[in-house]
Design a protein around this ligand. Sequence first.
Ligand code: TXA
Ligand code: MG
Length: 316
Amino acid sequence: MIGTDIDTAVRLLQEGQVVAIPTETVYGLAGNALNQEAVSTIFSVKQRPSFDPLIIHVGRVADIPYYIQDIPPVLRKLADAFMPGPLTLLLEKKLIIPDLVTAGSPRVAVRVPNHPVALDVLTKLNFPVAAPSANPFGYISPTTAQHVAQQLGEQIPYILDGGHCSVGVESTIVGIENDRPTVLRKGGLSVEAIEARIGPIAVREHSTSNPIAPGMLKSHYAPHVPVILGKPEDLLPTLPGKSVGVIRFREKTAGIPDRQQLILSARGDFREAAQRLFAGMRYLDQLALDVIIAELLPEENLGRAINDRLRRAAAG
Ligand code: TXA
Ligand code: MG
């Protein structure tokens, strides 16, 4: 059931149930991170392999120290600058965080979502909430309550509706690797914004099938329709007779019906493009196309996170 009652979501979470909550990035499938049964339910509803760890969400930056050992100064700077916001920090966990949440890792991923409804829920709870994106494992992340309902509606008691997600791609994950701050998943906080605060940061490119590398499963965010990357003008001649969808940053593509084209931002705005990406991919996915051509965006700003999602959609 979809609703807007914060107290219902809070009560269900306190009972150890799993509910969908809005965040500014994508909707999350939330449960009490300190309750093994709630965490197990998250994994089974999402059909997520237990080796892929979960992010915990808290309502205040000041709550983070309850769950982690200490924050290295450089990550502290990022927390001060960007939390609440689309930033997740990987930090040494305290014992209170179950190994199930971190898939056995000594580090836990922590974030403070910048969404009034999420913050309202989280500040009413006295435990952190584990929440992966509220989609079946490997599929496109949800950016509306309706997206969640379409796929997980039967399996969870409540979907808290907070409207369209304003960022639209998942949080940027940052940890310390080999003594250097490193972006482990490109996301809704741009590398440029991070570097403006702390100077140069390493960026791990995607694409290992080794899940020990966080959030980095190669095929992900994938529609059911196959996705190929390239320039539509080059690829279309190789696809005679096929029903083709196109994802592009700004331009229209000649010879493709308008309804089969996802133009992410005609005015070339990366924020708008990120906001529209996942809903647009879902829309194209239900048109019964043979194939979707996706053209990469400029490799800058949120274009980097968008390209990462497009590459992984095409890796399926
Ligand atoms: O924006 C977001 O981060 C959304 C919203 C709901 O907060 N959440 C999200 O969660 O994207 P999820 O589970 O779909 O992706 C989290 C990624 C996973 O791929 C996981 O591998 C990585 O974060 N991760 C979580 N905990 C980790 C840990 N302890 N060590 C390494 N990677 C971790
Ligand atoms: Mg996810």
